[in-house]
Design a protein around this ligand. Structure first.
Ligand code: ATP
Ligand code: MG
Length: 758
């Protein structure tokens, strides 16, 4: 025990050993919040105040949950497998599996990821003859998720006009369809659990008395439903221990509500508010930079951060002429870090938007440097993997229409649009799934659909007794997927990925404790052994305290939910020493010796979308604060004059964030005079703009366009004075790239924008 606590400072120690009462730990980045939370779990268990089963801990990502488990096992000899540590989604999945009947779900219910959800919505619109221009599928998806995140079912949403009324109707239809197919989306996992526990008193009381301690990391990013879920789980007895940092609230765009921190303080009557002010992660210059930047935000709860680590190195800033050159610079710097002895795992390259990674990846690849991308195209989201998973889903739950439609004719087996229409009509007529409707289709269509059903059935039958990895292997072959990609020109990569799915299944069964020879399809172990996993209380089936996943679902069901929930972890490469590439959002909570923050340009970071929204720039600044505070020793910032994004070349000015950092902590690697040269010398700008079609058009027009010339100074009501850097298009389609200095480069429609000559 001494061991457990002796590495803590007095405030951390106080936090770890607080009595069992509601507590809020409010502290800046790198101050040890996550460490305090983990240590508290260990301390509570070691001092005998609670058994591992009495702990409910919520983390922000699956990766974080895993890390917490690993740290706990290192601190003390306990089996963490039965512990309830996970994300909101993961924990809800677990609860719903245990109580699927009470939650009115089929035992093998499946989870829709965002991609599946969108395609389901598209199908729904089509089936109901709804104009998808008037009701864009994505908007409907946001509408539904938003309602769910506020705890509202379709019947609870008050429609204020016809359009809205239609949206609400579609929401109701969508929920019906999900129920028919036995699938739930991410928000549904939470809402369903919430409703289950609100409605079912014995169940609620069981969990409320079981979880004496509820601990939540990254509390600032909880949304309303998650907060209410926590309140429900806590009841009146549990000690909720929340840690968070209002300066790192970066998910407002997804409904996170930083106001939950003060709501928590008020509603739980928190008397234990602890602030941690010592930062253990970063050297002085890095911390000073983060502190000074975030001081520009107005809405803050207020706290300080200091370090004993000394100033360390200056922050290195590089201005590139193009994104390619930026990537090249990163590689040179990374190489010298590695030459100095840094491991690749300890170097992270962060970007604001996923689209930026392509150029960097290409440069790393050409330089032969191993790298790993988090969160981009995730393993479980790749098309070939989704196809394989769809076959497995159908074997587990044939009524999943999304899975059915994904593979009924993939690889092609002569089932055309017309056959599917017939099938969909039959399904609608009888109110059943597509799979169930197959016998109602006659003729040639019926024969080929019947053959598909037979394929799925025999795969299910033949693999019922086999372990999961073997089942996956057989399905890859029997489905025709492997053969299909063998015939495809660039199919080799895809086949490799499919083979990785077999390895992923292997790894999964051993990590979850299913045992390598457990049959993939047979139900939960508890049902086979009637062991102590299920106890009955007031006629309600209750999952016993330490029940791990193996006791509540089959390996196949468990693996499929893992595929939907853990899409982010690319485990196949986990062991390799590789540079880490990710968006700033996915870097939350992590730390690295060296961090590159790239693309620090107006319009990219801060992102242009943020400038339209209230408080948008403040959220971007918090995001920048998160990015900076990931670094331990070295921080590199870069921006580029030009960047190719989404097929267009953008001309950029450096991010406003540079003006908000302490000059004495910065080291400019490129001559500073370059920074505003377009603004100062428009002629030079013209000469340097890369040759593009638009340029040539402008040139051939004598650099003239409805009265405007490149290089001309203009004034705009909102952006002030600027210089036209380029003109593209002509007549009423003419648009100009105008450098407005402080406001950055804007692309304005010349027939609309109100510009004056200066
Ligand atoms: P973030 O806000 O980024 O999530 P955090 O507040 O959760 O950060 P941790 O990740 O828990 O911070 O801790 C940051 C680093 O400081 C970790 O490497 C941790 O091990 C280390 N650390 C925390 N407290 C101490 C301490 N008392 N002594 C030494 N190192 C510490
Ligand atoms: Mg943390």
């Amino acid at each position: 025990m001494q061991n457990l606590l002796h590495n803590l400072n007095p405030e951390q120690l106080a936090a770890v050993t607080l009595p069992a009462q509601p507590a809020l730990i409010l502290a800046g980045a790198g101050s040890g919040k996550t460490r305090v939370l983990t240590t508290r779990i260990a301390w509570l268990i070691q001092t005998g105040q609670v058994s591992p089963a009495g702990i409910l801990a919520v983390t922000f990502t699956n990766k974080a949950a895993k890390e917490m488990m690993t740290r706990l096992s290192a601190m003390m000899p306990i089996n963490t497998r039965g512990m309830w540590i996970g994300t909101f989604h993961g924990l809800c999945n677990r609860l719903l599996r245990a109580h699927y009947r009470d939650a009115a779900l089929p035992q093998a219910f499946q989870i829709l990821d965002t991609q599946d959800q969108l395609s389901m919505i598209k199908r729904l619109l089509k089936a109901n003859n709804i104009d998808d221009e008037k009701y864009p599928p994505r908007n409907l998806m946001y509408f539904i998720n938003n309602a769910k995140e506020n705890g509202l079912r379709a019947q609870d949403v008050e429609a204020f006009d016809d359009f809205n009324r239609r949206m609400v109707e579609l929401y109701a239809l969508y929920d019906e369809q999900c129920q028919r197919e036995g699938v739930v989306d991410f928000a549904e996992l939470l809402l369903r659990t919430y409703e289950l526990l609100s409605r079912n008193q014995p169940l609620r009381e069981h969990y409320q008395s079981r979880f004496r301690h509820i601990l939540v990391d990254e509390f600032q990013d909880t949304n309303n439903l998650q907060y209410n879920w926590l309140k429900l789980m806590a009841g009146t007895q549990a000690a909720v221990f929340a840690v968070g940092d209002d300066d790192q609230s970066i998910y407002a765009f997804r409904g996170a509500n930083v106001g939950n921190m003060s709501a928590f303080e008020r509603e739980f009557k928190v008397e234990n508010l602890i602030k941690l002010e010592q930062n253990y992660r970063s050297h002085g210059h890095i911390l000073d930079t983060a502190n000074m930047l975030i001081a520009n935000n107005t809405k803050r709860l207020g706290k300080n951060l200091h370090t004993d680590a000394g100033h360390g190195e200056l922050i290195r800033i590089y201005e590139a002429t193009s994104d390619l050159q930026e990537a090249q610079w990163i590689i040179e710097e990374a190489k010298s870090l590695i030459a100095e002895g840094s491991t690749r795992n300890e170097i992270a390259i962060l970007y604001r938007s996923n689209a930026q990674s392509r150029v960097i990846e290409h440069a790393l690849f050409s330089a032969g440097i191993p790298y790993r991308v988090y969160g981009g195209q995730r393993f479980f989201e790749r098309a070939e993997i989704k196809h394989a998973i769809a076959y497995l889903q159908l074997m587990d739950n044939p009524h999943n229409d999304s899975a059915f439609l994904r593979v009924v004719n993939f690889p092609t087996r002569g089932i055309g649009a017309r056959s599917l229409e017939q099938l969909q009509d039959a399904a609608r007529q009888y109110g059943i799934s597509l799979y169930a409707a197959v016998p109602y289709v006659t003729g040639k269509a019926g024969t080929s659909l019947g053959a598909f059903v037979k394929l799925v059935e025999s795969a299910r039958f033949e693999t019922a007794q086999l372990p999961l990895p073997e089942m996956v292997q057989i399905v890859l072959d029997a489905s025709g997927l492997i053969a299909h990609y063998q015939n495809e020109k660039e199919g080799a990569d895809r086949i490799e990925n499919l083979e990785q799915l077999v390895s992923a299944a292997s790894l999964f069964v051993s990590e979850e404790g299913f045992g390598h020879d457990a049959p993939a399809q047979l139900g939960p172990r508890s049902e086979q052994t009637a062991g102590p996993a299920i106890v009955t209380q007031d006629g309600v089936e209750i999952l016993d305290a330490d029940a791990p996943l193996v006791t509540v679902m089959s390996p196949l069901s468990a693996f499929l939910s893992h595929a939907s929930l853990e899409a982010g972890d690319n485990q196949a490469q986990a062991g390799q020493d590789a540079m880490q590439l990710m968006t700033v959002h996915s870097a939350k909570g992590l730390e690295f010796d060296a961090v590159f923050i790239t693309g620090l340009e107006e319009g990219l970071f801060p992102h242009e979308n943020s400038q339209k929204e209230d408080g948008g720039v403040e959220e971007e600044r918090r995001l920048m604060y998160v990015a900076i505070t990931r670094a331990r020793r070295r921080l590199y910032l870069s921006f580029s004059q030009t960047r190719m994004l989404h097929g267009q070349t953008r001309y950029n000015t450096k991010s406003r964030f540079f003006d908000e950092m302490p000059e004495e902590s910065l080291k400019w690697l490129s001559p500073k005079v370059q920074q505003h040269h377009w603004f100062a010398n428009p002629k030079a700008a013209w000469d340097e703009v890369p040759e593009s079609g638009a340029n040539r058009i402008a040139q051939s027009m004598g650099k003239k366009n409805i009265g405007w010339r490149i290089g001309e100074s203009v004034a705009h009501a909102k952006f002030g004075e600027g210089v036209i850097v380029n003109i593209e298009g002509s007549g009423s389609n003419a648009r100009a790239h105008i450098n407005f200095g402080r406001h950055g480069m804007k692309l304005l429609d010349l027939s609309i924008a109100k510009l004056d000559k200066v």
